[in-house]
Write a protein that binds this ligand. Structure first.
Ligand SMILES: NC(=O)c1ccc[n+]([C@@H]2O[C@H](COP(=O)([O-])OP(=O)(O)OC[C@H]3O[C@@H](n4cnc5c(N)ncnc54)[C@H](O)[C@@H]3O)[C@@H](O)[C@H]2O)c1
Length: 282
């Protein structure tokens, strides 16, 4: 989508961090933005902040892991702005922790927000974007952890899932005038390390002892420090705006992890090389 002016965007997880950065960058390009988040006070503050810049924005509270709430948010967006052209599936949580700390509740929460929220977002907003024939774009926030699996494996599963959904959907929707991108950020300066502030009470039964141990680990401390000193989320928002304008399949924030991803591709190639030339038995 070359011209974002007067188009309408729906952005989830928009009250903080990367989502707020994306909402801000889209508003700066002249788009109308419906900010969606589960954290009401932060959402109000974000909407008021953007309104002060004369942006045409509004807010709607929803838990993206609940289809009925996303449905209601879609209806509110249409009632407020008439049409929707851009969907940004960004809401996400850093839940579930490392091996040894997993619980049913934590897995359901992490998969519900990071993966089901993206699937329902596409299912609900995709047809609305296609309905007006003016074209559109869908961006979903995965992570470098969607291409490289270390540390919190359930989190990585959800992010690999978001990459898979985006790659497949891009081929399906390109001929129908809707672009699809996946955002794979490195370390960004956000509130991701305090994701549990938004864990709904229905899931709030983590294994506290295992979590405390995980949070004291060297890896957790390293990630915390890297996030605290990470990339500016508004810069990420500007990259997403560019990614939509240029219809980029992958939106990266930096090249820090490129060599590790190349090493993964090389390991995959080794697997093929090991059986190359053999005739499979059928
Ligand atoms: N910060 C990083 O280093 C980093 C790196 C890679 C990927 N990501 C991804 O970026 C996305 C945004 O996270 P962030 O880093 O900006 O963190 P953040 O905590 O600052 O922002 C996340 C937002 O999502 C909202 N949210 C959480 N659960 C929700 C739910 N059920 N329904 C609706 N909204 C919900 C939160 O209230 C918050 O406003 C996530 O998908 C995250 O996995 C972050």
């Amino acid at each position: 989508m070359k011209d974002l002016a007067n188009k309408t965007a729906f952005v989830t997880g928009a009250a903080s961090g990367i989502g707020l950065g994306i909402a801000t960058a889209l508003a700066q390009a002249g788009a109308k933005v419906m900010l969606c988040d589960i954290e009401e006070a932060a959402l109000d503050k974000a909407v008021q902040g953007l309104k002060r810049t004369n942006a045409d924005v509004d807010g709607v509270k929803a838990d993206v892991s609940l289809k009925t709430e996303l449905d209601a948010a879609a209806k509110a967006t249409l009632a407020r702005f008439g049409k929707v052209h851009i969907l940004v599936n960004n809401a996400g949580v850093g839940g579930a922790g490392p091996y040894g700390a997993w619980t049913d509740d934590d897995l359901a929460w992490t998969v519900g927000v990071n993966l089901m929220g993206v699937l329902w977002g596409i299912e609900i907003f995709g047809p609305l974007i296609e309905s007006h024939g003016e074209g559109g774009h869908i961006v979903s926030t995965a992570s470098i952890a969607g291409l490289l699996s270390r540390g919190s494996l359930p989190y990585n599963v959800t992010k690999y899932g978001v990459v898979a959904i985006s790659e497949g959907l891009r081929m399906e929707l390109a001929p129908r005038g809707v672009g699809v991108s996946v955002l794979c950020p490195g370390f960004i300066r956000t509130q991701i390390m305090t994701s549990r502030r938004n864990e709904p009470p229905r899931f709030d039964r983590p294994d506290r002892a295992a979590l405390a141990k995980a949070e004291a680990s060297e890896l957790h401390q390293f990630v915390r420090q890297r996030v605290e000193t990470g990339i500016d989320p508004l810069y990420v928002g500007e990259l997403v705006r560019e990614g939509i304008e240029e219809d980029r399949a992958y939106i990266f924030t930096d090249t820090e992890f490129e060599p590790y991803i190349e090493a993964r591709f090389a390991a995959i190639k080794q697997g093929f090389d090991a059986i190359r030339g053999r005739e499979p038995r059928r």
